[in-house]
Ligand binder design. Structure first.
Ligand code: FE
Length: 131
Protein backbone atom coordinates (compact mmCIF):
# COMPACT_ATOMS: atom_id res chain seq x y z
CA UNK A 1 0.00 0.00 0.00
CA UNK A 2 1.25 3.49 -0.78
CA UNK A 3 0.98 6.55 1.40
CA UNK A 4 -2.15 7.50 3.27
CA UNK A 5 -4.44 9.99 1.61
CA UNK A 6 -5.94 12.79 3.64
CA UNK A 7 -8.41 15.27 2.26
CA UNK A 8 -10.78 17.77 3.76
CA UNK A 9 -14.46 17.01 3.94
CA UNK A 10 -15.02 19.69 1.31
CA UNK A 11 -12.56 18.04 -1.08
CA UNK A 12 -14.20 14.66 -0.68
CA UNK A 13 -17.62 16.17 -1.20
CA UNK A 14 -16.45 17.77 -4.43
CA UNK A 15 -14.70 14.70 -5.84
CA UNK A 16 -17.11 11.92 -4.99
CA UNK A 17 -20.63 11.29 -6.21
CA UNK A 18 -23.41 11.91 -3.69
CA UNK A 19 -23.71 8.18 -2.97
CA UNK A 20 -19.96 7.60 -2.73
CA UNK A 21 -19.62 10.52 -0.33
CA UNK A 22 -22.52 9.38 1.81
CA UNK A 23 -21.14 5.84 2.10
CA UNK A 24 -17.37 6.38 2.16
CA UNK A 25 -17.21 9.52 4.26
CA UNK A 26 -20.41 9.33 6.31
CA UNK A 27 -20.52 5.56 6.91
CA UNK A 28 -23.73 5.23 4.93
CA UNK A 29 -25.15 2.07 3.48
CA UNK A 30 -27.12 1.09 0.41
CA UNK A 31 -30.03 -1.23 -0.38
CA UNK A 32 -29.46 -4.97 -0.62
CA UNK A 33 -29.96 -6.40 -4.12
CA UNK A 34 -30.19 -2.86 -5.49
CA UNK A 35 -26.56 -1.97 -5.82
CA UNK A 36 -24.07 -2.27 -8.60
CA UNK A 37 -21.92 -5.29 -7.75
CA UNK A 38 -23.81 -7.74 -5.52
CA UNK A 39 -24.43 -10.03 -8.50
CA UNK A 40 -21.32 -9.24 -10.54
CA UNK A 41 -19.49 -12.41 -11.54
CA UNK A 42 -17.01 -10.89 -13.97
CA UNK A 43 -13.31 -11.47 -13.28
CA UNK A 44 -11.47 -8.39 -12.15
CA UNK A 45 -10.45 -6.18 -9.28
CA UNK A 46 -12.40 -4.00 -6.91
CA UNK A 47 -10.72 -0.70 -6.11
CA UNK A 48 -11.61 1.87 -3.48
CA UNK A 49 -13.95 4.39 -5.12
CA UNK A 50 -12.32 7.10 -3.03
CA UNK A 51 -8.64 6.57 -3.72
CA UNK A 52 -8.12 3.64 -6.14
CA UNK A 53 -6.52 1.37 -3.54
CA UNK A 54 -6.79 -2.27 -4.66
CA UNK A 55 -9.12 -3.80 -2.10
CA UNK A 56 -10.62 -7.06 -3.37
CA UNK A 57 -10.47 -9.47 -6.27
CA UNK A 58 -13.21 -11.46 -7.98
CA UNK A 59 -11.24 -14.60 -7.02
CA UNK A 60 -12.35 -14.17 -3.43
CA UNK A 61 -15.87 -12.91 -4.01
CA UNK A 62 -18.70 -15.26 -3.14
CA UNK A 63 -22.49 -15.36 -3.14
CA UNK A 64 -23.44 -14.63 0.46
CA UNK A 65 -27.16 -14.32 -0.24
CA UNK A 66 -27.20 -10.93 1.49
CA UNK A 67 -27.52 -8.79 -1.63
CA UNK A 68 -24.23 -7.00 -1.04
CA UNK A 69 -20.87 -7.79 -2.65
CA UNK A 70 -19.15 -10.21 -0.29
CA UNK A 71 -15.55 -11.36 -0.13
CA UNK A 72 -13.77 -13.73 2.16
CA UNK A 73 -10.40 -12.05 2.05
CA UNK A 74 -9.00 -8.68 0.93
CA UNK A 75 -6.48 -8.35 -1.88
CA UNK A 76 -3.71 -7.90 0.66
CA UNK A 77 -3.60 -7.85 4.43
CA UNK A 78 -2.85 -4.15 4.65
CA UNK A 79 -5.38 -3.00 2.04
CA UNK A 80 -8.10 -2.60 4.66
CA UNK A 81 -8.33 -1.74 8.35
CA UNK A 82 -10.94 -2.87 10.82
CA UNK A 83 -12.42 -1.05 13.79
CA UNK A 84 -15.14 -1.86 16.32
CA UNK A 85 -18.34 -0.02 15.44
CA UNK A 86 -20.98 0.32 18.15
CA UNK A 87 -23.40 2.56 16.26
CA UNK A 88 -27.09 1.70 15.74
CA UNK A 89 -27.19 -0.35 18.95
CA UNK A 90 -25.07 -3.13 17.48
CA UNK A 91 -21.53 -4.23 17.97
CA UNK A 92 -20.02 -4.73 14.54
CA UNK A 93 -16.60 -4.62 12.99
CA UNK A 94 -16.25 -1.80 10.51
CA UNK A 95 -14.01 -2.23 7.46
CA UNK A 96 -12.20 0.82 6.12
CA UNK A 97 -9.82 1.53 3.26
CA UNK A 98 -6.35 1.59 4.78
CA UNK A 99 -5.23 4.33 2.44
CA UNK A 100 -7.98 6.95 2.59
CA UNK A 101 -9.93 5.81 5.66
CA UNK A 102 -13.13 5.50 3.61
CA UNK A 103 -15.91 3.38 5.06
CA UNK A 104 -16.39 0.19 3.03
CA UNK A 105 -18.73 -2.01 5.03
CA UNK A 106 -18.54 -4.56 7.84
CA UNK A 107 -16.77 -7.81 8.63
CA UNK A 108 -18.71 -10.83 9.90
CA UNK A 109 -17.55 -14.26 11.00
CA UNK A 110 -20.47 -16.29 9.75
CA UNK A 111 -19.59 -17.43 6.28
CA UNK A 112 -19.12 -20.88 4.76
CA UNK A 113 -15.87 -19.73 3.16
CA UNK A 114 -12.45 -21.32 3.92
CA UNK A 115 -11.67 -18.85 6.73
CA UNK A 116 -15.25 -18.22 7.89
CA UNK A 117 -15.04 -14.51 7.12
CA UNK A 118 -17.44 -12.31 5.21
CA UNK A 119 -16.39 -8.84 4.17
CA UNK A 120 -19.80 -7.34 3.48
CA UNK A 121 -19.12 -4.34 1.29
CA UNK A 122 -21.09 -1.47 -0.22
CA UNK A 123 -20.94 -1.32 -4.01
CA UNK A 124 -20.85 2.46 -3.68
CA UNK A 125 -17.47 2.23 -1.94
CA UNK A 126 -16.00 0.19 -4.77
CA UNK A 127 -14.99 0.65 -8.37
CA UNK A 128 -14.80 -2.54 -10.41
CA UNK A 129 -12.13 -2.93 -13.07
CA UNK A 130 -12.76 -5.84 -15.38
CA UNK A 131 -9.83 -8.11 -16.18
FE1 FE B 1 -9.51 4.43 -0.27
Amino acid sequence: MSEKIEKTDEEWRRELTTDQYRILRKKGTEFAFRNEYWNNHDPGKYLCAGCGNELFSSDKKFDSGTGWPSFWEPESKDAVEVEVDESHGMRRVEVKCARCGGHLGHLFEDSPTPNGLRYCMNSGSLKFVKK
